[in-house]
Ligand binder design. Structure first.
Ligand code: SF4
Length: 517
């Protein structure tokens, strides 16, 4: 090991899983999968290695009968048509055609078998994609601006910076054993396209006058995260030049690795250390590691567009456009993915981009090709002009596949959105997020209306139900939503949301939006 793991000095402060990680690094499971488990089969996998599968980006799917889900890292959500075709082929050959877009711009498969994994790893690698460390206690997919390089509202193209940080951390054994999962975002978009405040480490656009010259760079926040106890990330008083982003990321990740809590897993995220230390102490420790940096300059975040891009929009390159498509509740399939790859090649710049709202963008379409491109049959379902509620509905995986889920979410969310589109007229788009348990993969806390799955006792027994919270927002006025009293049976959710939205419609004052209501 290249560094001194100082947390090993006091084993009484370590939870059980820390010993699993010390005994064998999570990354080592990738070789064991390839050389052993893929040949001997599901029943040969011992429990500790099953837990380490996350470092390969793989989890057991529900029910535990030998099927797995896998996440693929897509930096800033930007992939080539060649990569998209490979993703489609893997979905077709091994994943029953299903392809989900996650709230961290990743691609997620289901139905995989351990025997399939070596070929999937190989095929991904052929096109420069990886599932490694998409899950596990390590630096995960780096989210960012899906419009990087084509965005009128970005201070700079962050593609190269995201690649540099990704390449440094991916499979880096100095950072493959962190106390818990670790999520980074890097974006220079002024509308917070990467949902900065809910990341462990988030770089956001900023400028500062240094030696009489305005420098474009970043501010950064640390200690954000959702789950049962959500925290908004806190700003650190430093200005970061573009070429210093990696240095800061290494410093912050080193603090988490060496000082993050390893005693109780549910208190191991960076957010707990940041809450205890406060930003000043955190900065002092960071300066010890990376040296001093200039203090903050001018923050350039102007608002939050919640990573929604439906419709046709001009790019920063004259004469070119991007088309934002709705992927209902983030679920698509191999066939649609291939059609998108063909459209990207025929009409666009050959890229396909995933968003944190579980949607997709086709980029680089010339003005005179837009109308023709929009005729593609795949846009009938993946629409650039989606219905109001369907366009703003997000859902986690839920108990169709997730072992932690209390309720089914994806199909339920789709049905509720469809019901609202058929029964409620509104001149505004309200963001509705569904999650199947407190882990909050569907980012319930930042929704206008967040629904968290639970159970409720009825005369007929326990039935699926949802807790409802309202008013979440990120950006300069960031706040998590507030829980409403009571729990609503699943069968009543559609009508309760209808009443809630109609009450808002009647009571709102002019210009008031849902989160401010
Ligand atoms: Fe599973 Fe819970 Fe995450 Fe939904 S929020 S995918 S139910 S862990």
């Amino acid at each position: 090991m290249a560094y001194e793991p100082i947390w090993m000095n006091d084993p009484s402060k370590l939870n059980k899983f820390e010993f699993v990680k010390m005994e064998k690094d999570g990354l080592d499971v990738i070789r064991t999968i390839i050389e052993e488990y893929s040949q001997k089969g599901y029943s040969s996998i011992p429990e500790d290695d099953m837990n380490r599968f996350k470092w390969a980006g793989v989890y057991e799917q529900k029910p535990r009968d030998g099927h797995f889900m896998m996440r693929i890292r897509i930096n800033s959500g930007i992939m080539t048509s060649e990569q998209a075709r490979m993703l489609a082929s893997i979905g077709r050959d091994y994943g029953r055609d299903l392809i989900d877009v996650t709230t961290r711009q990743a691609i997620q498969y289901h139905w995989l078998k351990v025997e399939n994994l070596p070929d999937i790893f190989k095929r991904l690698e052929q096109v420069g994609l990886y599932s490694y460390e998409a899950c596990g206690d390590c630096p995960r997919t780096i989210v960012g601006n899906p419009l990087a390089g084509i965005d009128k509202n970005e201070l700079m193209d962050t593609t190269a910076i995201v690649s540099e940080v990704n390449d440094f951390f991916l499979m880096n054994r100095d950072f493959s054993n962190l106390p818990r999962k670790y999520k980074m975002s890097i974006s220079a978009n002024i509308y917070n396209n990467a949902n900065a405040e809910i990341n462990d480490l988030a770089f956001v656009p900023a400028t500062k006058v240094i030696d009489g010259q305005e420098v474009i760079g970043f501010h950064f926040f640390v200690g954000g995260g959702l789950s049962a106890k959500p925290h908004l990330a806190k700003p650190i008083d430093m200005f970061v030049r573009p070429e210093e982003v990696l240095k800061v990321a290494i410093g912050v990740t080193t603090i988490f690795r060496d000082y993050g809590y390893r005693e109780k897993r549910h208190q191991a995220r960076l957010k707990y250390l940041v809450a205890d230390w406060g930003p000043e102490k955190f900065k002092e420790k960071l300066v010890e590691i990376i040296g001093d940096m200039p203090s903050r300059g001018e923050d350039k975040t102007a608002g939050w567009q919640a990573a929604y891009f439906d419709g046709v929009h001009p790019q920063k390159q004259d004469g070119l456009n991007y088309i934002g498509l709705n992927v209902p509740v983030g679920r698509t399939n191999s066939n649609e993915f291939e059609q998108l790859a063909d459209i990207a090649d025929k009409y666009g710049d050959g890229t396909i981009r995933t968003t944190m709202s579980q949607n997709i963008i086709i980029a680089g379409v010339p003005d005179d090709k837009v109308e023709e491109a929009l005729q593609a049959p795949v846009f009938n379902r993946l629409s650039p002009n989606p219905k109001h509620f369907m366009s703003r509905t997000v859902s986690c995986t839920g108990n169709e596949f997730c072992n932690l889920a209390i309720v089914e979410t994806k199909e339920f969310a789709r049905v509720v959105a469809q019901y609202l589109d058929e029964n409620v007229e509104l001149d505004e788009k309200i963001r509705i997020h569904f999650i199947g348990c407190p882990n909050a993969c569907g980012q319930k806390h930042i929704a206008d209306i967040g629904l968290q799955g639970s159970l409720v006792k009825t005369p007929e027994g326990m039935v699926d139900a949802y807790d409802i919270a309202v008013g979440g927002i990120l950006g300069p006025d960031a706040k998590f939503n507030t829980a409403l009293k009571g729990r609503v049976k699943s069968s009543d959710v559609g009508s309760v949301l209808k009443q809630l939205i109609e009450f808002y419609k009647e009571q709102r004052s002019s210009g008031e939006s849902f989160h401010a209501f």
